[in-house]
Design a protein around this ligand. Structure first.
Ligand code: HEM
Length: 415
């Protein structure tokens, strides 16, 4: 298995609480081996000889947990591992002040309730038909073509169309909002200071865009997500404009990027694995359960927590203000969490994963995400049951808070 070797650097270059045998050279924004796949690159962090908790001097210097059980432990314990800053590098993360992500309980609970109100399972089931219509509209014209770039022709369009409909915003604005989302999740910049500028600009961009929309929908009767959020209560009071802006910006951010990425990973896998593809295409009723296995096998989020107070963890002193990265990939892909985790087994009994996070911040949009993935697979496989990745394919993987794969050319025999 590919792995990392400890980094030999002078003790004066690491903080005094960092033991030298915990120091490894891991760049969260450019993982070693990323050219061969994001999950493959993450898995190197569980290679032989790598401690459960390591430290990298990259991106401002931060800790990384490398075991699935620790990913869960950290995410479930906001008293020790706070969400006050969740984006690396810390300097950029301090500019990312979106709700409810940056709050710890108890403050988190009331704001999170507003997100739950608009994204709970019952709400999502209500919009199943319009979501299906969007999927069909995008897939139908592709059938006779016999090929497409999945990422560009479907994944980049579908979740965005669904979301723009849910928030009742014009499709022409989607590209701008997507640009802001990308700059927050995979910011441009050679160092923390430059990345902080990119993140700050993008957050301010979201706010400037949403400001007049929120004013216009305050007091409105519409059933779209923005109207429902701006007319919600927090702690018995109408939600403040600042909080509504921050929450809506976060919902847009989360809704515009994650499913795009996840679907591209899944179709790349199915296009390269004809037996798995046939299994699903031959029996579409397998899809809902299989989605859980695919979520386990293709985790994409890797954010962080900030140490709330000096503590000892895994035999190491962590200092208040230290950042600790929590790659969700290291949960579902850990042998201690699932047998033979590298293998996709559609009948796997209970796929264990943290792909949607864990603890109080567990993904508020997971019902929407599951619905979008299930519908995509169902509608795609009923029209294009057999396809392959084009021989010329050279998928491009990138890592960051949300990993991405682009350039996923698929081919099939056109009817
Ligand atoms: C496959 C798709 C998705 C994945 C893998 C994913 C993953 C995650 C993860 C790991 C977190 C926890 C972050 C943390 O603990 O710091 C999270 C939070 C969140 N997600 Fe998702 N997500 C997905 C889709 C969505 C969608 C479609 C939405 C819709 C708006 C959404 C909305 C949110 C929100 C609002 C939070 C913050 C929750 C909180 O802080 O309490 N997500 N997501």
């Amino acid at each position: 298995m590919d792995t990392y070797a400890p980094l030999n650097i002078p003790p004066s270059d690491v903080p005094e609480n960092v033991p030298l045998d915990r120091v490894f050279d891991v760049d969260a924004f450019n993982l070693a081996g990323i050219e061969n796949g994001y999950q493959e690159a993450c898995k190197r962090l569980q290679g032989p000889g790598i401690p459960n908790l390591i430290w990298t001097p990259r991106n401002g210097g931060h800790w990384i947990v490398t075991r699935g059980s620790m990913v869960r432990e950290v995410l479930r314990d906001p008293a020790r591992f706070s969400s006050g800053v969740i984006v690396l590098p810390k300097e950029a993360g301090e500019k990312y002040d979106l709700l409810p992500t940056r709050l710890d309980p108890p403050e988190h609970t009331e704001v999170r309730a507003v997100a739950n109100k608009v994204l709970n399972l019952r709400e999502i089931r209500r919009i199943e038909d319009p979501i299906r219509e969007i999927a069909v509209e995008l897939i139908e014209p592709l059938v006779a073509l016999g090929h497409c770039d999945f990422s560009e022709d479907y994944a980049q369009k579908f979740p965005i169309r669904v979301f723009m409909k849910m928030v009742d915003l014009p499709m022409k604005d989607a590209a701008l909002l997507k640009h802001y989302a990308t700059q927050i999740l995979r910011p441009d910049g050679a160092d923390g200071t430059e990345m902080a500028v990119s993140v700050d600009k993008a957050v301010q961009g979201f706010y400037a865009y949403l400001d007049p929309v929120i004013d216009a929908r305050r007091g409105g009767e519409g059933t779209d997500m923005i109207t429902r959020v701006v007319n919600s209560q927090v702690n018995g009071e109408p939600i403040s404009k600042v909080d509504a802006l921050s929450l809506m910006a976060n919902l847009l951010l989360a809704g515009l990027d994650t499913v795009v990425s996840f679907l591209s990973f899944v179709m790349l896998f199915l296009g390269r694995n004809p037996e798995h593809l046939k299994q699903l295409a031959d029996d579409l009723s397998l899809i809902p359960h299989s989605v859980e296995e695919l979520l386990r096998r293709f985790p994409i989020v890797s954010d962080a927590r900030i140490i709330a107070n000096d503590i000892e963890y895994d035999g190491v002193q962590l200092k208040r203000g230290d950042m600790i990265q929590v790659p969700t990939a290291l949960s579902g892909l850990d042998e201690e969490m699932n047998d033979d985790p590298w293998k996709v087994v559609f009948g796997r009994k209970r796929p264990e994963h943290s792909t949607f996070g864990d603890g109080p911040h567990r993904c508020a949009g997971m019902h929407l995400a599951r619905m979008e993935i299930t519908i995509t697979l169902h509608e795609w496989l009923s029209r294009i049951p057999s396809f392959r990745v084009a021989q010329s394919a050279a998928p491009r993987f990138s890592s960051g808070m949300v990993a991405m794969v682009e350039d996923v050319p698929l081919e099939w025999d056109a009817a």
